[in-house]
Design a protein around this ligand. Sequence first.
Ligand code: SAH
Ligand code: SF4
Ligand code: F3S
Length: 439
Amino acid sequence: MDKKYYILTFGCQANERDSETLAGILQKTGYVPAAELFDADIILFNTCCIREKAENKVLSQVGELKELKAEKPDLIIGICGCMVQQEKMAEKIHRRAPHVDLIFGTHNLDQLPELIKKLEETKTPQTQILADLQEIKEDLPTVREVPFKARVNITYGCNNFCTYCIVPYVRGREKSREPQYILKEIKDLVADGVVEVMLLGQNVNSYGKTFDPPVTFAHLLEQVNAIEGLKRIRYLTSHPRDFNVDLIKTISGLAKVCPHFHLPLQSGSNKILQKMNRGYTREHYRELVETVREYVPSASITTDIIVGFPGETDEDFQDTIELVKELRFDSAFTFIYSARTGTLAAKMKDQIPLAVKKSRLQQLMQVQNEISLAINSQLEGQVVEVLVDGCSKKDQAILEGRTATNKTVLFAGSKELIGKFVDVEITDPQTWVLKGKLK
Ligand code: SAH
Ligand code: SF4
Ligand code: F3S
């Protein structure tokens, strides 16, 4: 009987993409997917450590597997991903969870078969963690869950060192992938039935700077846009410092690039932006938003905001609230600042008490939710084009999909529409979703 695998993925799109590679590697090694965790012969936790909460969740879930491992001694439990790249984390995991068999880093995915083999031969836990990626590994096998949408890496790592952020420490230095590999991957995907790609990088706007001669992100987009059969292009994430008018103009002329701009603001206070090492001011950010709206009037604009960064006063927080009210984002991911060991901000004075952070988060969410609802309400009665992703988790008779502007639309329809583009009339716009009916 075939051995079965089960992968739990935490964190961002970079991890989601890595889990597709892990699945590909395991299938190539002879494993098949397990329907449930308890059926699996190997369970992998692909972890995130962006905030403390993410990390605690993993440790507690791994802890819960102790009994299963006692019942099934041949079960392999592995932990990989960003969390294990942190200093002394492997030791900590071994101490807290001695039933873990494999620990491997974000640059060691391809070594999984070898680690499994060594584990089986020696019956001793295996650890393999490279501090940084030496060379981008092309052609690793991949298994995607959705046949019509795909994530495509364009850069790995990050050089920005925003003072709150752990990513540069756990994902290493920024490296761009050669355009020919990216374009070939997308052409193959399209031949395989993919209609939408998401280009991935921690800061996509700095793509290609190190090539000789340099390739710009705008140029890459133009080439991807020219691929026949591809319908939608998305990208994540744009850093406001490296985002510019030329790129906005290019995007406005490329029909397949979705009119959705995710531009993480982080804070509306210039003092805090500087302490975060973000490299832009609120004025620069405002100008970018105005330029986007000038060139792409149909665009949705979304953002990320952190509250309670060290030294954030009530006035600084009000600067954020004011800017949010002025710029009117379609939606925002809002986070409570979480101190990450090893980052500069974790050592800063004036850490903000949790109660204050929580209250600021509530205020910000309330302001943003009102704006989101007001913006979405304008869509009532309009017909939007939706790529159908699947059935709603709550109700199998309801389909769920996304507009080009990345808004979630719910409507009644049959499963045959999954993977297709359909027109939906919006009848009941809400804060987080648009409800509608098929046209
Ligand atoms: N590279 C992307 C973001 C990656 S992390 C970018 O620069 O936009 C996604 C979001 O998590 C960030 O935009 C930030 O808002 C949030 N985040 C990162 N580190 C955090 C921390 N220590 N505490 C709280 N939120 C954090
Ligand atoms: Fe983190 Fe900043 Fe890099 Fe984004 S750009 S991953 S927030 S260091
Ligand atoms: Fe988390 Fe790593 Fe992404 S820390 S947010 S999974 S790059």
